[in-house]
Ligand binder design. Structure first.
Ligand SMILES: [Zn+2]
Length: 117
């Protein structure tokens, strides 16, 4: 369990705990999508088990996005005391767009670590 959490934080292979899953992390402000290795560079563990394997990672991404949206809403409505819900909605949309590449990368990493065999 601790290894899985560390692997998710570092983005490393669930099998050997050292090989990187992504060759390119992806940055929104550079419009660079994250790119994965097909196999681990250290132990040759196959990351995508079958075609469409990462469709399930969308559920993880959805969970992360909802959590972030609720967090942003709570921060801006209670901490910064913005009473206008439309302004908070726009801030949430901007946050979701800004974190989209990060969410894609972290959700795939969580998905790989959930179902390692
Ligand atoms: Zn590995």
């Amino acid at each position: 369990m601790v290894d899985a959490i560390l692997n998710v934080c570092k983005g490393t292979c669930p099998n050997c705990n050292s090989g990187s899953i992504f060759k390119q992390k992806g940055l929104f402000y550079k419009m660079r999508m994250p790119k994965m290795y097909e196999h681990c560079t250290v132990c040759n563990y196959k990351f995508e088990k079958e075609p469409g394997y990462f469709i399930g990672a969308m559920y993880v991404s959805y969970m992360l996005t909802v959590g972030q949206a609720v967090g942003v809403y709570l921060i801006f409505s209670y901490l910064f005391q913005i009473g206008n819900n439309f302004q908070i909605f726009l801030i949430i949309i901007a946050t979701m767009i800004g974190l989209s590449f990060f969410n894609m990368r972290i959700s795939r990493t969580i998905w790989i670590n959930l179902f390692k065999t």
